[in-house]
Design a protein around this ligand. Sequence first.
Ligand code: GLU
Length: 375
Amino acid sequence: MAVLALSDYRRLVVKVGSSLLVDDNGQLNRNWLETLADDIAHLQANGHETLIVSSGAIAIGSSVLGLNKKRARLEDLQAAAAAGQVQLVHAYQEVLGNHGIVAAQILLTPDDTENRRRFLNARGTLGRLLERSVIPIINENDTVATEEIRYGDNDRLAARVAQLVMADALILLSDVDGLYSADPGANPDAKHIPEVGKINGDIIAMAGETRSDIGSGGMATKVQAARIATHAGCSTIIASGAIEHPLHALSENGRCTVFRAEGTPATARKQWLAGVLEVRGEIRIDQGAAQALQNGNSLLPVGVVEVIGNFRRGDVVTVVGPSGKELGRGLTEYSDTDALRLRGCQSEQIEERLGYRARSVMIHRDELVLFESDS
Ligand code: GLU
């Protein structure tokens, strides 16, 4: 069984809509989930990394608590999310466990992807899970999120996760098999669109306001998600998951709409860093560290010789080489005070110097853009 269409992508975020996971009676579609787990195990065996963004907590929890989801109040839905989430993740744990794969639960709020300090935490944790071949099962932290602090739909959450982990593909599985020139339910002449180069006003208009019954996202939110992801260098695929082995079907040229990425995740991240205007401080480094950065490594505390300015973890700082030239910029893992304490320190001494356990790098290589080589 060859994975063809997906073989170009290394790190995939797969978003699973509620309508696929939960039937009309609020019961989990266990058979279907097993086929999804088969596909994910197959991808993993072929060297791909997968993260799952799964909806379904509220739908399952509403049935567990005997709530009518359409008439429920916010606190009912939040209670339903709490009761449903545990069952949802348990199901993933079981179906992936059958393949010897470990699942881990991550619940996010918008602050975790939009606030740079928290972004570093979420990215660090997700990165470590992927290094250990664990599959993160991600959902919005619905039990504490209210209207003004919500992603609102898991399409947008999935796009933010794709951006966070620098995924190169985002697959939005739901009950629709792609974008159409008009609403296919209302218009028999609606044409399926297999590929979108640029998301312009026409594409947004085509997405319209169609909604599915169970989940909260419609085509419009999928196209918005595609816009976030493609700008972050991540191609986005809208496909129907309403068949068994939905990812395998995609690799066998199943019907879908592909939104092509603009550039790569690395170039998108670097463009963003290069464009950040508020640089809060400066970290001066020695020749050894400058060389290490040119070789594609992260900046370690041992190479830091001076720290200037007032900054917090997650702020953008400039990195200055031994000759006084600005080498690049990056998101610092430490505040100025902690960076000063760690100046010249070996990674294994960090905990002793700070009095708490912290990251081993000063600036991670993914969060660093180098301007030109220092000679
Ligand atoms: N987070 C919600 C849940 O798990 C779903 C949101 C959505 O459908 O987009 O029930």
